[in-house]
Design a protein around this ligand. Structure first.
Ligand code: CAA
Length: 257
């Protein structure tokens, strides 16, 4: 891995992927995103890992797709390289993925954070889709995910002006989960990751799948999907353990089965 650092057991049951192109503000070149995709695939299959955190550094989560790599490409080059299919794979990770964001999360960086399930931000985090300022538009989900997260008016304003949005504004509009002081953002993401890691991994996977389905379906279909996952959870030993522990007034011991 050249552009990321992966720590499989960053904290019990939590893995960390750190984007590591600091001089380029973690600009997301194709190799970096392929490395992220491959790392996520391995971590998703690793039974010792229950939640995954993706982070950058204090200055930048990521300042976007690598403009220097794209600048001279033709539309057909872009079509054939199809770099965003890598990002589609990231979205398919079954375990929860938390973005721990400090500094710039712009363009593809904002889109990457929005591809994650939750965003914990430092007070210096800045979000935006500035592609319009370089003669193009978001290409990795920004027009769709930002609009679903913050609504049409705010998304239209941000995407058509390229204005950067500070963390407080992002929180106020539902894009992110919380803001903490800069020295705390990774710790806070780990605390959230560990809280989830203490739950039944089967239930967590089924719940993540059901929440994500709400973006893809009409309500009736989404409700039917949720119900089936709810029933499916009753096939797990963890559901029996969770309910028994409640009745016996003790902490559950989940095995992931
Ligand atoms: N691609 C390639 N290199 C980038 C980059 C990017 N997205 N963002 C920053 N860099 C590089 C700079 O070129 C610079 O490198 P050099 O020292 O070799 O010149 C280095 O990172 C530091 O950047 P700056 O000197 O510009 O730092 P700054 O603090 O003055 O400004 C910034 C920071 C406001 C984030 C500015 O770098 C910037 O505007 N970056 C581009 C943001 C952007 O437009 N992102 C969208 C990219 S397109 C996209 O993402 C498409 C998509 O939907 C997938």
């Amino acid at each position: 891995m050249e552009f990321i650092i992966v720590t499989e057991q960053y904290a019990p049951a939590v893995a960390l992927i750190q984007l590591n192109r600091p001089k380029e503000l973690n600009a997301l070149n194709r190799q970096l995103m392929e490395e992220v995709r491959d790392a996520l695939k391995l971590l998703d299959a690793n039974a010792n890992v229950r939640t995954i955190i993706i982070t950058g550094n204090e200055q930048a989560f990521a300042a976007g797709a690598d403009i220097k790599q794209m600048a001279d490409m033709s539309a057909i080059d872009m079509l054939l390289i199809d770099q965003f299919s890598t990002w589609d794979q990231i979205r398919k990770t079954k375990k929860p993925v938390i973005a721990a964001v400090s500094g710039f999360a712009l363009g593809g960086g904002c889109e990457f954070a929005m591809t994650c399930d939750m965003i914990v931000a430092s007070e210096t985090a800045t979000f935006g889709q500035p592609e319009i300022k370089i003669g193009t538009l978001p290409g990795a989900g920004g027009t769709q995910r930002l609009t679903r997260a913050v609504g049409k008016a705010k998304a239209m304003e941000l995407i058509l002006t390229g204005r950067f949005m500070p963390a407080e504004e992002a929180l106020a509009h539902g894009l992110i989960n919380k803001i903490v002081p800069v020295e705390m953002y990774l710790k806070e993401a780990v605390a959230l990751a560990q809280e989830i890691a203490r739950m039944s991994p089967v239930a967590v996977q089924l719940a993540k799948e059901a929440v994500n389905r709400s973006f893809e379906t009409l309500l009736d279909e989404g409700l039917a999907f949720e119900r089936k996952n709810f029933y499916l959870s009753f096939a797990s030993a963890d559901q029996k353990e969770g309910m028994k522990a409640f009745i016996e007034k003790r902490k559950p011991n989940y095995t992931g089965k």
